[in-house]
Write a protein that binds this ligand. Structure first.
Ligand code: CDP
Length: 204
């Protein structure tokens, strides 16, 4: 049976960690939809046309190296305001969501636009300062150069662009469970998410 978990929220709120843990707990497949926009953004920085890059995207492109950098995140959020780019990526995401055996998708518009019929919807958030600190540590651990100030500026700029765009802006679905992870450990956040998904009828 298809069971879809939609997880949305701003940059570095902990969506990926929570989504992976939820998928592992219930035995569902996981798709980080940010990677689709990152892969398109990366191709655009190499000179590709955004729409052509989105239309030509293949599953293998999501494994490309270098998609986690701040520069690619910035490029991703720029291509993500383009309605044609977003439209070109819809089918891939819906097909993934409908797979038998269950799926978890994380992004910005999964519960509102991509899978409005998802059985469980979570909106994972945290204060900009907490998110910037987490992203800073993640980047430094990954061997990337970063400063706290630059990461906080980037997080705020992307939040503004993602929330204010006309097409599929970042916002919680009306029926989403909001989880603010500002003061939660990873364990607590994962437990809250699993509890919310169980409450919607998923079984491990
Ligand atoms: O990991 P982080 O939250 O920093 O970023 P991401 O989820 O990889 O997404 C990178 C950018 O892609 C975001 O800032 C959004 O502009 C865009 N995005 C989107 O518009 N819709 C999605 N479903 C996922 C990402």
């Amino acid at each position: 049976m298809a069971f879809t978990v939609a997880i949305d929220g701003p940059a570095a709120a902990g969506k990926g960690t929570i989504a992976r843990a939820v998928a592992a707990h219930f035995g569902f497949a996981y798709l980080d939809t940010g990677l689709l926009y990152r892969a398109v953004g990366a191709k655009v920085t190499e000179g590709a046309d955004p729409l052509e890059a989105a239309q030509a995207l293949r599953a293998e492109d999501l494994n490309a190296e270098g998609l986690r950098t701040q520069a690619v995140a910035e490029a991703a959020s720029r291509v993500a305001v383009n309605p044609q780019v977003r439209a070109a990526l819809v089918d891939f995401q819906r097909a993934f969501a409908a797979r038998a055996g269950g799926a978890v998708l994380d992004g910005r518009d999964i519960g509102t636009v991509i899978c409005p019929e998802a059985q469980a919807k979570l909106f994972v958030t945290a204060s900009p300062e907490v998110r910037a600190e987490r992203r800073y540590l993640e980047l430094v651990e990954g061997g990337h150069e970063a400063t706290r100030e630059a990461v906080l500026d980037d997080v705020k700029a992307r939040d503004a662009r993602d929330s204010e765009r006309a097409t599929a802006p970042l916002r919680p679905a009306d029926d989403a469970v909001v989880i603010d992870t500002s003061e939660m450990s990873i364990k607590e956040a994962v437990a809250a998410a699993i509890g919310a998904v169980e409450a919607r009828g998923a079984k491990a």
